[in-house]
Design a protein around this ligand. Sequence first.
Ligand code: DAH
Length: 337
Amino acid sequence: MISDITAARDAALAHIAQASSPDDVAAMTTRYAGKKGELAGLKKQLGSLESIDEKKAAGAAINEAIATVDAALDERRTAVAAAAVAAQVEAERLDLTEYIGKPARGHAHLVTQAWERLEDVFVGMGFRVAEGPEVETDWHNFEALNMGEGHPARGEFDTLFVDHVAPGGQPGSTLLRTHTSPVQIRTMLDQAPPIYIIAPGRVFRRDTPDATHMPVFHQIEGLVVDRDISMADLAGTIDAFTKAFFGKSWSSRLRPDYFPFTEPSAEFDIQRPDGSWIELGGCGMVHPNVLRAGGIDPEEYSGFAFGFGIDRMALMRHGVDDLRAMYADDMRFVEQF
Ligand code: DAH
């Protein structure tokens, strides 16, 4: 009897030592411990023993075996639970080690880079950055800029109209802004002079994409309104900008031109160090009608404005000859910069 008990105990201990999961330990607890366990089952055989001494000795051996097996189960349960936690921690571990070497980093879009540099330069010159909506009213985009209904200059804008009628508005009076100039109007209506703002932004025209045109492109507008602002201030600002943005050996000039929202109006060109000229944008003294539309008295204040395309500046800077490449998201192109 005693040897049966010892054998059962040793078999149980050997088995328990191999338990590798909480489930294993639970199954073995049912099998070896408890009232219906294998060792408890041996107790039933005690009745077949002849002598009292033998019964006592066997009973004591069974109790001791049960206690030993219980202790082994407890120990195994704790060890297996700790291992399970360690495995989970390892599996869910976050690698927070600093990356050493050259990380695969992207960069801002070339137009965004140009946009941000323009902002930096103008902010450095004392301008504030203003914004306006991309979906505009006919009034802000044309009318208030001295292009009333039927003005021939409207035709040059290839306007995209939006199928939406603003409350109290006329059908066909909501559009995608064709230039950043409506931000001039919104800024004047928003704040009293002195005004020194630039407004970079996205603009839209009904154009077929080609090497130099996209239906969605970017412009930057400038507006200054203050007392005693003259054409000399405009020319000086354009030249200071040219030197700050392109370099000290660049210069600029104004050529007479026509825009409905400025009078007089000019085209401004910049000159490369090699002497060649590049046409950059339009500018002029803000037309009195435009100041009035913005709620500003033209007898008291005067101002100048300018506007030019950002996309072409990005093209020029990087020597890219097709605007469409800028928007094709081809990694072979993007990764060159
Ligand atoms: N809004 C004009 C365009 O899109 C550009 C422009 C010309 C802006 C003259 C101005 C300006 O502020 O004074 O073609």
